[in-house]
Design a protein around this ligand. Structure first.
Ligand code: AMP
Ligand code: MG
Length: 269
């Protein structure tokens, strides 16, 4: 199979049918990526330490994907080795009455962590052009205007030294069926199953359309989207970890300079 791009080209309409959710690059199975993944996880831990010490940049990781797409699993696997003190994870649920009484970015902006931290969004402001659009929760005129508003918001964050990495975890409809079934069959996963998930599944095509628009209209050079083939969890984890490591590597992070005169400091007995 030909190489599948991770980043869709800018300014071009994204068609998800051009992307294979079962793609695994040059790898055949999990055993082939284990070593690389462990190396990347170690590297991520080292980079996080410098990010934290430097306290100049924020890294914001946005995870979106259809139900059972693997947002929770990705968080569990990719961030497991990090210093928990330097990571803030936020899961965005249905907005509360208070949240709804503000603009849609209010609750989101509030959860962008300070410099030195890695923020992880399990769902995000993109729900406001996804579930909200698919379910007509606001008039079309309102959600249509949001793509541009989101681009401006993200541009402003990037201006403030926030590095934004947006991952769309892409699974196939068949894979979702299997994952929903395994939630029903496995007593330890049943709590994750909601009858509403089947209603959402019926709206698959509407979601695809909404995702395609999100991936087209909000794919900017300042805050690009990555389309992660996510049918195979091991490939998904590899791609997400790799991408974060490469982005952090590019930042040229530095430990802050020590206080002056440190070489003359004597610790008293
Ligand atoms: P889960 O991630 O499975 O815990 O579910 C969270 C639910 O909250 C999902 O059904 C989302 O679609 C929903 N949700 C998240 N953000 C919004 C939003 N801005 N408006 C409406 N529903 C939302
Ligand atoms: Mg759910």
């Amino acid at each position: 199979m030909s190489k599948q791009p991770l980043m869709p080209p800018f300014e071009k309409k994204v068609h998800l049918k051009d992307y294979d959710p079962a793609y695994t690059g040059s790898y055949e199975d999990e055993s082939e990526v284990q070593e690389q993944l462990n190396k990347d996880l170690d590297r991520l831990r080292d980079l996080q330490e410098v990010l934290y010490a430097e306290r100049k940049r924020t890294v914001l990781i946005v995870l979106q994907g259809i139900d059972t797409g693997g947002k929770d699993g990705t968080i569990g696997h990719v961030f497991r080795g990090l210093n928990p003190q330097g990571v803030e994870i936020t899961a965005f649920k249905q907005p509360s009455a208070e949240e709804l009484s503000h603009d849609f970015l209010w609750r989101v902006h509030h959860r962008v962590p300070p410099q030195g931290m890695i923020g992880v969004f399990n769902r995000s402001h993109y729900e406001d052009v996804l579930v909200v659009r698919v379910h007509d929760l606001v008039p079309k005129k309102v959600w249509k205007a949001r793509y541009e508003i989101i681009n401006h918001f993200e541009e402003m964050l990037v201006e403030q030294d926030v590095v934004i990495l947006k991952f769309f975890l892409y699974i196939s409809k068949d894979e979702q069926k299997e994952r929903l079934q395994s939630r029903i069959d496995n007593p330890h996963k049943q709590w994750k199953f909601a009858l509403g998930d089947l209603k959402e599944r019926e709206l698959w095509d509407d979601y695809v359309e909404a995702y395609e628009d999100m991936l087209t209209k909000c794919n900017t050079e300042t805050a690009p989207w990555y389309i992660v083939p996510a049918n195979h969890k091991w490939y998904r984890d590899l791609v997400v970890t790799r991408t974060i490591v490469e982005a952090l590597d590019k930042l040229n992070l530095k430990y802050p300079k020590p206080v002056e005169g440190l070489e003359n400091v004597v610790i008293p007995d």
